[in-house]
Design a protein around this ligand. Sequence first.
Ligand code: BGC
Length: 713
Amino acid sequence: MDQDVSARDRLEHWFAPCSDPAWHLVWSGYDAMREAQVEACFALSNGFIGVRAARPISRGPTWVTYQHHLTWASWPRTYIAGLFDTPNVVPPVPGLVPAPDWLRVKLWIDDRLLLLRSGELLAHNRVLDMRRGLLKGEWVHRNPAGHLARLEVLTAVSLADRAVATQFVRLRIEGGSVRVRLEASFESTGSALELVRARRESAVWHTAGGGKTLAIAARAGLIGRPTEHQSTAPLKWSWTWEQGPGEVTDFVRIAAFARGETNAGATERRAALGIARAEATGWSGVLAAHERAWAERWHSSDVEIDGDATLQQALRFAVYHLVSAANPDDERVSVGARALTGDAYLGHVFWDTETYLLPFYIFTWPEAARALMMYRYHTLPGARAKATRLGYRGALYAWESTDTGEETTPEKVIDTAGRLIPVLCGLEEQHIDADIAYAVWQYWQATLDDGFLLAAGAEIILETARFWASRAALEADGRYHIRRVIGPDEYHETIDDNAYTNIRAAWNLERGLEVVALLEQRWPERGRSLRTRLALEQPELDAWAAVARGLVRGQDAETGMIEQFAGYFDLEDIDLSAYLSRTVPMDVVLGRERTARSQIVKQADVVALLALLPDLFDQTAHERNFAYYERRCGHGSSLSPALHALVGARLGQVELAERYLHQTARIDLEASGVNSAGGVHIAALGGLWMATIFGLAGFRQHGEELALDPNLP
Ligand code: BGC
């Protein structure tokens, strides 16, 4: 550990405040009701480790009452991407297992433990420095004996070496000399991890159900205070010293994390290598490399907005979390619905990643996009198994996916009225297949990464196309139909011929045929071997072409109007403007059943089609459909407003687009919201980027050409 006093000068550089407000988020005070949201929004992550921004002192889960239920206020959590386990409960839904809490610090001043609830809290500020990926905290506390403790805390998870995380605590005491005791430890966060073995400065655990392993190695020390520490237990250090007024003590901790399959020894060795790398560069080297890695990311992804400070900050916030969420070095994980910032959705991966996040990665960080696409390739066996289980061919991706690609959507949930309701998405929300194929194609079109197409992408497109061909059924009217599905609008279940699903499925089939032709033309050898492996013969390809041609698309040839699904236009038409003052989603206002019998849509559905496949529709169809569906959308999902901003902007409805952009920006950052307690809405953040770049800036790719057609406010 770097114990040099001059090290303090270097530490100053990272503690120094960042002067430009557009680059940081500030939260002052401590409000139990808002704490969980702050912890999520200010979270640090590098796509492997995710750390919520809970305070390190007087730390631990705390509870508040919310709508008459006890819920957590503070939820100190560190997540490790891909560390999934299925708890021994019914129903057995897998979820991310939290890592032991590595940030615990306890302080005693003259033998009195410093606690938030005793004494007086004079200042409590947190600053997220988004430019450098640093979380800074300041805590000024007067204890009952009248001593003033001034603490500054700095935490970072390295973007340069994803195994490594660091913590710094700087302590000053005012009001006389005192005896200080500092104890730093790791605390277990529940029973999901079982200890395999612990050494003085490392430990390895396995998940209780599946036996996956997690290892942590750590070092801790004080800067400029050569006190010997006592090691009272594994990964636990304590120091005692006398500190006079005006003196400064800095505590440093570095931890290295490794996740592995069942071989605990191998995982332990990787954590040991991680800590050895960190020790070799020293903590200042770790921070310097981290700062450089962030500078590089911002260099390729910063978005500058003139004249709208709120939107500027929201975009920085979006890019900050998008960069934090991905890991180009790990093809076995994807980004969960709340990234690594909270427990909501248990870390499960949805269509959100391909539809709302991938465009950002494709155009600013293709290596991250590739890893995310490879995750879908590695989970193809799970998708094949699901298609087979439901009686279809090819591959049907899980609506909610974890590490294996098996379907992990819970079969039932309790709704806001306390009723147990079945969740049909795992069975019926099948558009995810086309969303993934679309993402593969977008990635390849933008990067021309032929290696990926040949090794993985082509197979994904062919297997999903094959699914659709077996899924669609030829009926007496001579057309192909896809019945009993859920489109993006989840207020309407078990519907027939959802236009979004059918049009995307037809597109998927057409790309399947295009991939076959492309392989034949450019890589005949590879094409033949892939087709042999998949047993893909000409009659099957002819059938794909017939299905693509014959699928019902729900669009009226004369008016250009698209019916969201068969029978949608006959449903009750409810005027949403009568409900503007509501504070809950429309399905809660009207009840599930009435909502399902109405034309109110949960989120962009036909509008998503316009956003993603704009070239399929002419200007009149864009205008008419947008005007119709925009008025009927309840935005019951955080994914929704961004796509309305995108389509609105493309149509030149700039004021409306701006309104939706701000609505999206508020989802996590709104001062009164508690919605983000379970993690940031990463798809909405990706959507904000899409709406800005594809909508306001009017960026489009046409083959190898890039075009800009701005729609600026
Ligand atoms: C939305 C889905 C989304 C999921 C996870 C749901 O509320 O309707 O489209 O995939 O949340 O973000």
